[in-house]
Design a protein around this ligand. Structure first.
Ligand SMILES: C[S@@+](CC[C@H](N)C(=O)[O-])C[C@H]1O[C@@H](n2cnc3c(N)ncnc32)[C@H](O)[C@@H]1O
Length: 256
C-alpha cells in the first residue's frame, strides 16, 4: 500500500475537491441522516458533504492513519475512522455511501460496486467518482514511459494496480439493482504554471506507485524529467505560457 502525504495531496485542494462538490450536488437525497465518506483522505470531501447536508451524521473512513489524523484536525463533529473499504461492512445503516477519488485503488469493481449499493439503507444512494483512467492521456503517458526501453528493466508497470472501467461496465453491473442510475464524465482543464506542476499534482497519487519502485532519488528525478518531456509534447503551452492539464473523471450515482 502506498504511503499518503496529506500535505502534498492538499497542495491542489481546489482541483481535488471540485469533483466531490459536483458529485454531491447531483445526489437526489433531501435530508439523509447517516452518511459515510469512504476513502475520505484528509477530510476535504467529507466537508463538502457537511456543507450540503448540515444536519446529517457523518463518518469519514480511510485506511491511511496519516490522512485520518489530518482529517481529525478539520472537524470534531464528524466520526473519523481508520479502516479498509474492502472489509468495511455496515448494512442498512447509511442513507448515502459516498466515495470520491478512492475506489480506483481497489480491485474487482463489479463485486465492490454491487456490494456497496446493496449496503445502503433501502432507498439509499451509493455515489462515487474516479479518474477515467481508460481515457486519460496523462496517466497513459506514464504507463508508456514505464514500458520504454530505458525504464522497462525496473518493471514499474507491474506496480500499477489502479482500476477504472468504461461507463458501460458500471451500467451493466448496477442497472439491475438500481432504481435510478446516473453516469457521466467531466473533463477538468486545470490551469498549471508549467509542466513541472503536472508532475507535482500527480506525485501524491498515481505517479507515487511508479516512483516508489525506483531505487534512488537520482532515478526518480530522471523518471520525472522524462515524463515532463512527454507532457511537453502532449500538452503544448497556451499563448500566455500556461499549460492546460486535462483530467477526465467518471461519476456514478446509483439509487437503490
Ligand atoms: C485520492 S484520495 C481521496 C481523498 C478524498 N476523498 C478526496 O475527495 O479528495 C484517496 C484516498 O483513498 C484512500 N484509500 C485507498 N484505498 C483504500 C481502502 N482500501 N480503504 C480505505 N481507504 C482507501 C487513501 O488512503 C486516500 O486517502
Amino acid at each position: 500500500m502506498i504511503a499518503w502525504d496529506s500535505q502534498l495531496y492538499l497542495r491542489y485542494e481546489q482541483e481535488r475537491t471540485q469533483p466531490s462538490v459536483d458529485l454531491a450536488w447531483r445526489i437526489p437525497l433531501e435530508s439523509p441522516q447517516q452518511i459515510i465518506d469512504l476513502g475520505c483522505g484528509p477530510g476535504n470531501s467529507t466537508q463538502v458533504l457537511r456543507q450540503r447536508w448540515p444536519d446529517a451524521q457523518l463518518v469519514g473512513l480511510d485506511s491511511s492513519p496519516a490522512m485520518i489524523e489530518r482529517a481529525g484536525q478539520s472537524s470534531n463533529d464528524i466520526e473519523w475512522r481508520v479502516g479498509d473499504i474492502q472489509s468495511w461492512s455496515e448494512p442498512d445503516r447509511f442513507d448515502l455511501i459516498f466515495a470520491n477519488a478512492s475506489l480506483h485503488w481497489i480491485a474487482d469493481h463489479e463485486t465492490l460496486t454491487r456490494r456497496l449499493i446493496a449496503m445502503t439503507k433501502p432507498a439509499g444512494v451509493f455515489a462515487f467518482q474516479i479518474p477515467a483512467l481508460y481515457n486519460q492521456p496523462a496517466s497513459q503517458a506514464v504507463n508508456e514511459l514505464a514500458q520504454s526501453r530505458r525504464w522497462q528493466p525496473y518493471r514499474l508497470q507491474e506496480r500499477y494496480t489502479l482500476r477504472a472501467h468504461e461507463p458501460i461496465r458500471y451500467y451493466d453491473w448496477l442497472a439491475p439493482i438500481s432504481r435510478d442510475l446516473q453516469i457521466w464524465e467531466t473533463v477538468y482543464f486545470h490551469e498549471m504554471e508549467n509542466h513541472q506542476k503536472i508532475i507535482e499534482f500527480y506525485s501524491s497519487t498515481g505517479l507515487k506507485l511508479y516512483l516508489e519502485g525506483l531505487p534512488s532519488d537520482e532515478l526518480r528525478d530522471r523518471f520525472k524529467s522524462d515524463l515532463q518531456e512527454s507532457y511537453r509534447n502532449l500538452f503544448p503551452p497556451q499563448i500566455n505560457g500556461k499549460v492546460l492539464f486535462p483530467f477526465r473523471r467518471l461519476f456514478v450515482v446509483a439509487a437503490r
